[in-house]
Design a protein around this ligand. Structure first.
Ligand code: IVH
Length: 702
């Protein structure tokens, strides 16, 4: 695989420089896209700057090799980290995606099931266009615009108030006297297609690089340090939702409803002076909604702004709040994405990537091609069977597809263009990184390297996962540093990271490092000596334990000590510890097996013991801790009349309770629905509070 060579730029041959510039242009554009458009950066600012610096350096040595798509002249990309950070009062979520009518029908069935609607009761949906821009949150206090932020990672965004003030669509003062004390409006900042073309025309004339699509143009324009530049870019804002809304009742702050339905809330927002996403369609019938979608698909080109789909939302706001949210997206909305865009490209070679758990993934390295405004130079081939099924070979001409946020895929090979001498791809039986045998379990699609931590690819990626954004999140410690430190034996295990402070002098003596960069890295590491339990569990990188499961485990066990102790006890499937583990709603048998396996492995125990010397894992503190049921173990039994079991569980968990599937001596509450069975008997033998549905609701209300 191409990548950064470690060679000094002065020693690069022309061919090497050319190859590296291609790779850098693509890599930087991929990271810009992840950062600006998907709000999901995978590189630290330091690593990203390093890529840009390397690109600039090679260009200065080889000016004649400077590419048309050089990132060195791309606008908007040079201001990363330049705006103050803002914590969102309520998270800015993303949307789940639907790619077909069936996905939409499934979404509607899920809604009915969750809400427990009777046959014949339909869910009214509001469909509106999904504008392709970037989301922003605008805060009004007593009707005055006081703060505007980008989405960032959903929890923390950047303060771009000054730039948002230049957007005409954004009211600086709400157009009504009856305004809540606090109103946060969320919506999409975007650029109209005409303005985008006009801007690019002017830029071409003045020999400036052009933007690849209106979304990038809007993102680049909003993140200007000089707001007079933003002002000249004619950005627009559609309001599509809201965050915190509060009103005063004497001294008390209360939530302030914008209406009973989304349609009512939309007209309130419009009366406040906001522009809304139009046209909308209100319907209960999936066929009607799909016909709205089809209309939008056919009229897409004639609309003044770029869309990437249509959003369906539950109209009743009380139902929206009952449905609530999952970790990243609400249950009450879905984005129906437009069909994938396709292009033709050439497979230059097929490489094998080795994952954190040793999975060998074949990747098609493509001649760079632009699909939907993004340069694509790699596509996943998923696994061994997939390469053989599609019979993709080096040198093949292929159809590549990119849809929304998904990784580009190869749809098919254009067989008539296949070269006569082409050879089928031979999938390696050995790990290309460490040479260990790569084996496939029976019934498994994935071939895995058996090298474990002996394999540099696995070891390095586990470390990367450990310090990654959702784990320890150590600023300035990116992919490149981890690789280098691992190869130089400075960091081989997670605890080594926290012992780097003793290597101060060795670090300062390294190429490209000075006392300032070492100090910055070490202080970023020090800042993470204390970590929340859920982040810690996630950082361990146990298969099947993503953020949601890590949070569930943290909530259930509360402390690291109780968690690790219980995992060891759970080896015995007859133990209460095992029963408790699998009774956590969301943790199935397979995840349980992975967890237990992880904690039984001596090497992992060693890693944990070493880490315990270095760091402090905080006990779980729940946002719902003020609730009376926070930290309590609740079991539901029988059928509930006012809500479905799924809803009851989701609500209890939101309030910080642990929901278990069976009664034990740890159970605090048993909530009885109609026809409760044996759980009631069992609960009577323990000290469990038994509540009927009404009493449970009253308890939550208190
Ligand atoms: S509703 C709770 N409605 O799409 C999530 N989002 O892919 C609320 N977007 O982050 C999102 N048009 O930036 C919603 N009519 C619309 C939208 C819309 C564009 C963006 C928004 C969101 C992203 C998710």
């Amino acid at each position: 695989m191409i990548g950064l060579t470690k060679k000094e730029v002065a020693l690069l041959s022309e061919a090497e420089a050319r190859t590296e510039l291609i790779w850098l242009a693509d890599e930087i554009s991929r990271h810009d896209d992840l950062y600006y458009n998907r709000s999901a950066p995978v590189l630290s600012d330091g690593d990203y700057d390093m890529l840009r610096r390397r690109n600039a350096l090679i260009e200065s040595q080889f000016p004649h090799l400077k590419r048309i798509d050089t990132p060195s002249q791309r606008v908007g990309a040079s201001v990363r980290g330049a705006f103050p950070k803002i914590q969102h009062s309520q998270p800015m979520l993303s949307l789940d995606n639907a790619f077909s009518s069936k996905d939409v029908t499934d979404f509607v069935s899920r809604l009915s099931r969750f809400l427990g609607l009777l046959e014949g009761t339909s869910v009214e949906l509001v469909a509106e266009p999904k504008v392709d821009g970037l989301s922003a949150s605008l805060r009004y206090e007593n009707g005055i615009f006081v703060l505007g932020a980008t989405r960032g990672d959903g929890t923390e965004g950047e303060d771009v108030t000054t730039n948002l003030l230049t957007i005409e669509d954004i009211p600086k003062k709400l157009h009504s006297l009856d305004v809540p004390k606090v109103l946060e409006v969320r919506g999409e900042v975007h650029m109209k297609k005409d303005d985008f073309h006009h801007l690019n025309k002017i830029r071409t004339r003045s020999d400036e690089p052009v933007f690849s699509n209106p979304r990038n143009a809007a993102a680049g324009s909003l993140r200007q340090l000089d707001s007079s530049i933003t002002a000249g870019r004619r950005l627009h804002f559609f309001a599509y939702g809201w965050g915190e809304i509060l009103q005063m009742d004497g001294e008390r702050q209360l939530e302030y409803p914008l209406g009973e339905t989304l349609i009512e809330a939309r007209s309130r927002l419009s009366a406040f002076g906001f522009v809304l996403n139009d046209p909308v369609c209100v319907a209960s019938d999936v066929a009607e909604i799909i016909s709205y979608y089809d209309d939008i698909v056919s009229n897409r080109a004639s609309l003044p702004f770029d869309l990437d789909g249509v959003v369906y939302k539950v109209n009743r706001l009380d139902w929206q709040s009952r449905l609530g949210s999952m970790s990243r997206s609400p249950r009450w909305a879905i984005a129906h994405k437009f069909p994938a865009e396709r292009a033709i490209s050439l497979v230059e070679q097929i490489t094998i990537q080795v994952g954190r758990m040793g999975a060998l993934t074949p990747v098609a390295e493509l001649s760079p091609v632009t699909i939907g405004g993004v340069v694509v130079s790699r596509a996943t081939l998923h696994n061994e069977d997939e390469v053989h099924r599609k019979d993709v070979r080096a040198g093949d001409t292929v159809v590549v597809q990119r849809a929304g946020d998904v990784i580009p895929q190869i749809v098919e090979v254009v067989l008539k263009k296949r070269k006569k001498n082409s050879q089928p791809f031979v999938f390696p039986q050995k790990c290309p990184v460490c040479g260990s045998a790569a084996t496939r379990g029976s019934g498994e699609a994935v071939r895995r390297c058996t090298g474990g931590l002996v394999c540099p690819a696995q070891a390095i990626q586990r470390l990367r996962h450990f310090i990654g954004r959702d784990g320890f999140d150590i600023e300035g410690f990116g992919k490149k540093q981890v690789e280098e430190f691992w190869h130089d034996r400075l960091v081989r295990t997670p605890a080594d990271i926290f012992r780097l402070k003793d290597q101060n002098k060795t670090l300062e003596a390294r190429d490209g490092w000075g006392d300032v960069s070492v100090r910055n890295l070490l202080s970023a590491i020090e800042a993470r000596r204390s970590i929340s339990l859920e982040r810690f569990i996630y950082a361990l990188g146990i298969p099947q334990i993503g953020q949601t499961n890590a949070r569930l485990l943290a909530r259930n066990y509360g402390s690291l000590k109780s968690f690790t102790g219980s995992m060891l006890e759970a080896e015995d499937v007859a133990s209460t510890a095992y029963q408790n583990l699998i009774s956590i709603d969301g943790v199935g048998d397979q995840a349980a097996a992975r967890l237990i396996g992880f904690f039984l492995e001596p090497h992992n125990q060693e890693v944990l013991a070493e880490l315990a010397e270095e760091i402090d894992v905080e006990n779980f503190i729940d946002a719902g801790r003020k609730s009376v049921v926070a930290g309590k173990v609740v079991v539901f039994t029988g059928s509930l009349s006012t809500m479905t079991r799924a809803e009851a569980k989701a609500q209890a968990q939101t309030l910080g309770a642990k929901v278990a599937g069976s009664v034990s001596n740890k159970t605090d509450y048993l909530v009885l629905g109609a026809e409760a069975g044996s759980k009631l008997e069992k609960a009577r033998t323990f000290d469990v509070k038994i509540l009927n549905e009404k009493e449970w609701r009253e308890l939550l209300g208190s």
